[in-house]
Design a protein around this ligand. Structure first.
Ligand code: PHE
Length: 489
């Protein structure tokens, strides 16, 4: 039979008879945890038994501990009477006892013959007899003050005296003992003084002892307990992965603020000022700050012109009176496309390949597939040769690297792109819509002096994470369920 060196040690420790775990550990020269684990292996192999014995224990409750510290009420009363002379119960309650204690103390003083009763002016007087010998209860109280004791070890008479007072607390203690089975004893005999070598020490190498010894065998298949350690949140890992992919594909990361003006979030993207997405029920506007001053006057003039007349893009524009006040409204960004258009306004020269991963905010009801705050993976490519085919290629490549080989696009509409498309990935038997993309319209790029094609996309992160992690409910991602967080991959 294969026995580890710890198992051998415990087997030998038990040769003299059953032992409690700490004792077995000590005589085996092991830590208690190791000894317990070795003993349970020995039990699995039929060589040892682990008996559990239940012991009834008696200890003190909080009130009992108070008594142990300051004395039984009758002891405190009689000490006080000895000093102050005869007194009434009321006087005791105003003196060394609580009202409850004063209530029961007459009975105990009489029973123990520590005081007699007499009539006085203020009612019944308690007179100390001058003799207050200790019974069995007070030593027991002191004994229990140091911790619960097995009930069998206590003097029954003393226990009875304390039992009436509701100061005792019972509990059960499980004591384990390890012992050898017959098979264990047989193996022990066989074993003789055959020792196994565990670790190779420098001394063993020097003396050559390792040549003569036998080594403990290790099983590489044994399941170890999973270690509990801090891990990154799955969404954080996911975001890192996405960053890695875009960086590898030659993109630079950009960032932006949560709070934006409607101008950058919408007007600069040729979203008309009466567009339904701008309504209060869709977009979260701020009270403080309520609005921003627009500082890029040239951009404001050019954007106003494309909205009203199309400027010099050849478009007719939306044909309405563009309002600066509406454009100045402060809001929580509704998409990260605001980051890329801002970047383009400052970097109108090709080539540009940038991406952003960031949180966006929409006034949506929370449910299993919708979050009012979620994350978008945004990107643009501005290059002379950029084309619709290239856009599809880049998106497919991104999703392929994320582990979703099946991607399809469908025609869609966004005010700022033409053509526009929706991106869907296949999961199981169904297609899931994960984002939008397209080529920025001239009405978007011309105000910034750009005439190079700009490919753009904005993709949802959480839905993709949901697919990868096999979640049915998107809210799980933000619920901080520790059990799930420990195991989510
Ligand atoms: N901004 C769009 C959205 O939030 C996605 C998109 C980005 C579409 C870029 C086209 C181009 O859904």
């Amino acid at each position: 039979m294969d026995l580890s060196s710890n198992e051998r040690k415990v087997l030998r420790a038990l040769a003299g008879g059953p032992l409690a775990p700490p004792v077995a550990a000590e005589s085996a020269g092991l830590g208690e945890q190791e000894a317990v684990s070795a003993a349970s292996w020995l039990r699995t192999k039929g060589l040892a038994g682990i008996e559990e014995a239940m012991t009834e224990m008696v200890g003190l409750n909080d009130e009992g501990l108070r008594y142990a510290e300051s004395g039984l009420p009758e002891r405190r009363a009689v000490a006080w009477l000895a000093e102050q002379g005869p007194a009434t119960v009321e006087q005791l309650a105003a003196g060394p006892l609580t009202a409850d204690e004063a209530h029961i103390v007459i009975g105990w003083l009489r029973r123990k013959r520590w005081a007699t009763l007499g009539k006085g002016e203020g009612g019944i007087l308690l007179k100390p007899t001058g003799d207050a010998p200790e019974g069995a209860d007070e030593p027991l109280l002191r004994q229990l003050a140091s911790g619960a004791q097995p009930i069998d070890s206590l003097e029954p008479e003393a226990l009875k005296l304390l039992q009436g007072r509701q100061i005792l607390q019972r509990s059960q203690q499980v004591a384990r003992t390890f012992s050898l089975t017959d098979a264990g004893r047989a193996v022990l005999v066989e074993l003789g003084d055959d020792e196994l070598l565990g670790e190779v020490t420098p001394e063993m190498l020097q003396s050559g002892a390792w040549r003569k010894g036998r080594f403990q065998r290790y099983s590489l298949e044994t399941q170890a307990e999973p270690a509990q350690q801090a891990t990154l949140h799955p969404l954080t890992k996911f975001t890192e992965e996405i960053r890695g992919i875009f960086l590898q594909m030659g993109f630079t990361e950009i960032e932006g603020d949560y709070v934006e003006s409607a101008f950058w979030n919408m007007d600069a993207l040729f979203i008309p000022q009466d567009h339904p997405a701008r309504e209060l029920q869709d977009t979260l506007y701020l009270d403080d700050p309520k609005s921003f001053l627009l500082d890029d006057e040239a951009a404001v003039e050019a954007v106003k012109a494309v909205h009203e007349t199309g400027g010099d893009t050849g478009s007719t524009g939306w044909r309405y009176d563009w309002s600066r006040e509406v454009a100045q409204q402060a809001l929580l960004r509704t998409h990260t496309t605001v980051n890329t258009i801002r970047y383009l306004s400052e970097h109108p020269e090709p080539p540009v390949r940038v991406f952003a991963v960031g949180r966006v905010f929409r006034r949506e009801a929370l449910d299993a597939t919708h979050l009012p705050e979620f994350t978008q993976v945004e990107g643009i490519i501005m290059e002379e040769e950029a084309s619709f085919g290239m856009l599809i290629g880049v998106l497919k490549e991104f999703y392929r690297r994320m582990g979703f080989p099946d991607v399809r696009v469908r025609p869609a509409y966004f005010p700022y792109t033409e053509p526009s498309m929706e991106v869907e990935v296949k999961f199981g038997d169904s297609w899931l819509e994960l984002g939008g993309s397209g080529i920025f319209r001239p009405e978007v790029t011309a105000p910034f002096g750009i005439d190079t094609p700009v490919l753009a996309w904005g993709l949802g992160l959480e839905r993709l994470a949901m697919l990868r992690l096999g979640l049915k409910d998107i809210r799980m991602l933000y619920q901080s369920d520790l059990e799930w967080l420990k195991t989510a991959r």
